[in-house]
Design a protein around this ligand. Structure first.
Ligand code: IPD
Ligand code: CA
Length: 270
């Protein structure tokens, strides 16, 4: 019997994928009935919808029932703790969701002693389930994924996530540094999905000046397990958050210089 079977990681991985798909159905139903959606303002240009709360309730209830000893930290209901920890974003890309743009995801990460062991990012409307296990690989709908192979004919495409938690000047300086060095950029509104797209090679990198653990822990594991490079992000620092860079390994030295972000080699990351 393998260690992950006996320590419960295998059971948690299976549960995380099942719960993400079931929660996706809840989100999809709300999205298709968007005109009736209850949208509230929880901060300056920061929305929360009835769908975020419904998915949050469902995921927390299912995880607590299956793994009663585990702690849960969610974007919509806080929580947390030092033991076995789930870090969840019920809907990442809430602004897109509220506007009827089908680019949002459910993100679930499981960490033990600060180390992320499981990452699930579910693209609800595309029905793509991205899944990673620490040290075992990354998959999309069961098929192995890898970060991109950079081709000289194409400028590397970096998603530069923006939020009002940092100054627009700092953001524009970062974008300027990238574009001046031959990179293209985009901004699509879901950090979790942006990272999943780095992991499967659709884009070459994701950079943002500040993100919380619920936005990125699952996605960062996806990128590392797909052979990419990521800056440091310890699960225990989820509530504080930090800057994030994740990219295909070949361009990581240059991107680290351009963004000023460091990080340990994937094999040594927390
Ligand atoms: C946001 C998205 C967005 C990123 C923001 C996040 P939310 O999360 O991930 O892409 O740029 O920094 O706050 O509010 O949609 O869960
Ligand atoms: Ca989020």
């Amino acid at each position: 019997m393998s260690a992950s079977t006996t320590d419960g990681t295998e059971a948690r991985a299976t549960a995380a994928m099942t719960i993400a798909r079931q929660a996706g159905k809840i989100a999809r139903d709300f999205f298709r009935n968007k005109d009736a959606l209850d949208i509230q303002i929880k901060g300056y240009r920061d929305l929360v919808t009835a769908a975020d709360h419904a998915v949050d309730r469902f995921v927390r209830e299912r995880l607590s029932r299956l793994f009663p000893g585990d702690q849960i930290l969610s974007e919509e209901s806080a929580g947390g703790g030092d033991g076995d920890l789930w870090v969840i974003d019920p809907i990442d890309g809430t602004s897109n969701f509220a506007r009827g743009i089908a680019h949002f995801a459910i993100s679930l990460a499981f960490a033990r002693a600060g180390v992320v062991e499981i990452g699930v990012v579910y693209d609800v409307m595309a029905d793509e389930l991205f899944f990673a296990r620490n040290g075992q690989g990354a998959w999309c709908n069961g098929v192995t994924i890898e970060t991109s192979r950079i081709d000289d004919a194409m400028a590397p495409l970096i998603e530069c996530g923006y939020s009002n938690r940092h100054s627009v000047t700092a953001y524009l300086n970062g974008v300027r540094a990238l574009t001046a060095n031959g990179y293209d950029f985009c901004q699509c509104g879901s950090a979790a999905l942006g990272l999943a797209h780095v992991a499967c090679g659709r884009i070459d990198g994701y950079w943002e000046l500040h993100l919380f653990g619920w936005d990125v822990l699952a996605g960062l594991l996806l990128v590392r397990e797909a052979g990419g490079w990521t800056s440091d992000f310890n699960a225990r620092a989820s509530l504080v958050g930090t800057a994030v860079l994740a990219c295909t390994a070949a361009i990581s030295p240059e991107l680290r210089l351009l963004t000023g972000l460091s990080g340990a080699p994937a094999s040594q990351q927390p």
